[in-house]
Structure formats: C-alpha cells, structure tokens
Ligand binder design. Structure first.
Ligand code: BES
Ligand code: ZN
Length: 463
C-alpha cells in the first residue's frame, strides 16, 4: 500500500513532498472545533472571518471524506460516494466545513468529516475520484469483505492464510478461561480514577506543547514504579519512547514478551494527547474522557498482564502521540510496522470510556476502519467475560488511531463509551474533567474488555 501510494503520488504529479504543506495539512486536520464546543449559534461568515480557529478551518477548499447525508442536507456537491457506508468525497471551503461541522453537531455527532491528507487542494476532481475509488472507498468496505472471504474459505474447508500462520496457537476459545475471568475481576475502578486524576491534573497534554514530553516521561516512570512493586510476574516487560517526524511529542510503548516472541503480536492502544478547541478556548485541555480514560484503562490492563500466566504471543500497549493533530503518532507506528512486515493478530483502540452516553454497560463499536472478523472476536470475548451490549456504529471518517492500523492493512477494532451521537459533548474543552457524570464502573468495563481481548488473543500457557 505504501508503494502503491507513492507511485500514485508520483504518477499524478501532486505536491505531497513539501514538508510545510504536509505539516500545515496535519495541523489543520482536526475538525471538531466549533462543533463539539460552541454553545452559541455563530453565523458561518462570522465564524469564518473571526474564529481563532481559522487555522483549523482554512478558507482554501480542501478535499474531505464526509457523511453524504450532511452534504445533502446542506445542498453541497457530492463528488463521489461509497454506497455501503454512504461516505462521500467532496471539496469544501472553510465556511462550508464549519456548516458541516455544525450540522454534524446538531445530530449529536462530532466533526462529521475528515480532511484528506493524501490529496492537495490543487488535485483535480478526476484525481480525487481516482484516489477515493482506489484507496479510500476500498478501505471503508475492507472489513466487511475480509469477513466474507474468511467465512467462504472456512466453509470450503480451507484455512485462511492468517489461520494457517497461527497453527499451534489458540485462535477462538469458546469457553471461559477461569484465569482470564479472575484477572478481569481484579480491574480496579480506584486505580483507573487515580490515573485519570493524574493525567487530567496537567494543564494540557497537547502534542505541539514541548512540556508534554515530560508528562509522557512522568507517566512512564509512574508505571515502571507500579509494575516493579508487584510481587510476582512471569511475563518480561520493557518500555520504549518512540520519537516522531510529525510531532515533537513521543509515543510510549510497553511490550510484554510472549513465549513465541517476535512472531505475532497483539496490540492495544489509545491516545495520550489532549486538545482544547473550544470557541476562544485557552490552553487548558484536561482531556479526562478524551483520552485520559483510555490511557488509564491501558495502565490498568498493563498492571494485570504483568501478573498474568505466561503469554504466548507478544502484547504491545501504546500511548500514542498527536492523535488530535491527525492520528500522527499512530500513523508513523503503523507505517513502520507495515514496512517491517510485522505480523499482528489484532489491534484494539481505547479512546473515551468515561461517559455512558448510550446507557451503562452499552458499548459503541465502530464498524468503519475496523475488521469484521476481529469485531466478531470482540463480541465473543464480551460474551465470555463482560456481558455488555455492543452496539455497532460508525464514525464516518478515521476518528481515532485504529484507522492508522486499518489503513496500513492490520485488523483493528474500536469499542468506545457510547454510540457516536451520544458521546461526551465536553471533549476538547476545559470542561472535559472528572465530574458527577463520569462513570468509573463504565470505564472499568473497557479495561476488563481490553484485558480479556489481550489475554484471549495472545493465548495463555496451558495450566
Ligand atoms: N476521541 C475522539 C474520537 C471519537 C469520536 C471517539 C467519537 C469516539 C466517538 C478523537 O480524539 C478525536 O477527536 N478525533 C477527531 C478526528 C481526528 C482525526 C483528529 C474527531 O473526531 O474530530
Ligand atoms: Zn479528541
């Protein structure tokens, strides 16, 4: 895919290579600004001319992927449409992006669109449609197609290449493993609350803020101390800071070595950075829900994997940098994994777990930019160990780091706190704090689900 993309770029002679242009696109990417935060109804023209977020909505028209219903509602031109997902390709000026964002917000959704980083504003409609048909639209339906291919092969009595590669390792346990059940019962709401308090106590964790690196380092050192304090542990672990080209903020990785180390890996992750995009918003971005909650869930999962029986596959846990700037850290990590031909059993993204917007013990599961077979695995694991209601939903664009993995050909899932329309409306503002409406038992459910996912897919040594 990387090769295809670079040849695609050169054949179209588009200017993707200018770092300043690339960076500007990345910086301008996040589109949830007015949408999720403004309580005033601002006229589009005023918002466009005077918004301190003109940087986020540049006046120049950009190519975007967007919910086609929003385009129809606003009578904006659809250039191409993917029929299954109803995701459309369009070229929108800044003022129209504000209108799309506001309309999405009225429907209880976030930004409703995603700026396409691979197309310059100068790309023609023909070039854009070619890109959408060859790259973006196939990705949108890839999960669905992969699931059909797997079941077709299975019914013909043949193992899929993935299954063949995993011979000897457990694939789909259909019965409860009491060791996994016992570990999920040890998930502590109090630990999760303490981690969220620690992270949301910093003024912000913005990826462009040079002070954020120190927050990542403090968090790493805190986790090291917590893991070292555990009395026993049979799974060797190590931390790495991962530096990036696209952001000064590093990502953090914790690796647990399994018995088959280096062969096949299970990946869990969530973004560590926060952002304030509110109208006239300042620097305060506590990001308790988005995404101290997912980060805290991962810390609690790490504490329990450190006490688990011997893993078979490696388990890697990532706290990504720069998600709010356009999936920056995870894009680099997934690209490197693809170049290294890394074999990945599954990727689970934890982004927002604190606000039970669709009801307690109801989980939204994004069906776009994810893998249908892995979503079935997630449902099986939920049935065995959690018993929550999983509601299929769509972001409509690559709304979190799972999309980076999906785009690089790895199977990913993204369970989140609620259906998108019911998500926490205070994210990206200084009001995203632990509050009376935060539900730690809801959040703990995601730590249990992520833990069971990691242990089930890694496989535990036979007792
Ligand atoms: N936490 C959100 C994504 C999200 C949205 C999760 C809805 C669950 C439900 C994430 O941090 C975010 O803000 N994403 C951006 C897009 C990203 C590419 C910058 C968004 O949704 O606008
Ligand atoms: Zn966010």
């Amino acid at each position: 895919m990387t090769n295809f993309r670079s040849s695609f770029r050169s054949s179209l002679k588009l200017d993707f290579t200018t770092p300043s242009l690339r960076n500007r696109l990345r910086q301008n990417l996040c589109i949830c600004t007015l949408i999720c935060t403004t309580t005033l109804s601002i006229s589009n023209a005023l918002a466009h001319v005077t918004s301190p977020h003109a940087e986020v909505f540049p006046s120049e028209a950009h190519w975007v992927l967007v919910d086609s219903q929003l385009l129809q509602q606003l009578k904006l031109e659809v250039v191409a449409i993917e029929p299954q997902s109803r995701v459309a390709l369009a070229k929108l000026k800044g003022a129209d992006r504000v209108r799309v964002a506001e309309a999405a917000h009225d429907r209880g959704a976030c930004g409703g669109h995603e700026q396409i980083q691979d197309l310059s504003p100068q790309a023609t409609s023909r070039e854009a449609v070619k890109w959408a048909k060859e790259i973006a639209f196939p990705q949108l339906v890839a999960g669905h197609r992969r699931s059909l291919e797997t079941s077709a092969r299975t019914s013909a009595g043949q193992a899929s290449p993935d299954e063949a590669k995993n011979v000897g390792l457990p694939r789909t346990p259909l019965a409860v493993d009491p060791r996994i059940e016992s570990l999920t019962r040890q998930v502590s709401e109090q630990n999760i609350e303490e981690q969220i308090r620690f992270l949301s106590g910093f003024s912000n964790r913005q990826h462009k803020n040079t002070a954020t690196e120190q927050v990542v380092i403090q968090f790493r050192d805190r986790l090291i101390a917590q893991l070292k304090a555990l009395s026993s542990g049979v799974n060797p672990w190590s931390f790495d800071l991962i530096r990036h080209q696209s952001t000064p903020m590093p990502s953090l990785r914790l690796k647990f070595e399994g018995q088959t180390t280096g062969q096949d890996v299970v990946i869990l992750g969530g973004h560590f950075d926060s952002i304030n995009q509110s109208w006239m918003g300042g620097q305060k971005a506590p990001g308790a829900d988005d995404n101290a909650s997912g980060s805290a869930n991962l810390a609690e999962i790490a504490r329990l994997i450190a006490q688990a029986p011997r893993l078979q596959r490696d388990v890697e846990i990532y706290w990504y940098a720069g998600e709010e700037g356009g999936l920056l850290g995870s894009a680099e990590i997934a690209k490197a994994a693809q170049s290294a031909k890394k074999s990945v059993r599954g990727v689970l993204q934890l982004d927002m777990s604190l606000h039970p917007g669709s009801g307690r013990f109801k989980i939204g599961s994004m069906t776009d930019f994810t893998d249908a077979t892995l979503r079935d695995d997630l449902k099986r694991i939920n049935t065995l160990y959690i018993g929550a209601e999983i509601i299929d939903d769509q972001c409509g664009y690559g709304c979190s780091d799972h999309a980076s993995w999906h785009r690089h050909g790895f199977p990913a899932v993204m369970p989140t706190e609620a259906k998108k329309r019911d998500m926490n409306k205070n994210i990206h503002t200084e009001r995203d704090v632990l509050s009376a409406s935060s539900d730690l038992s809801h959040s703990a459910m995601f730590a249990k689900l992520g833990l069971a996912f990691a242990l089930d897919l890694s496989g535990l040594e036979r007792p």
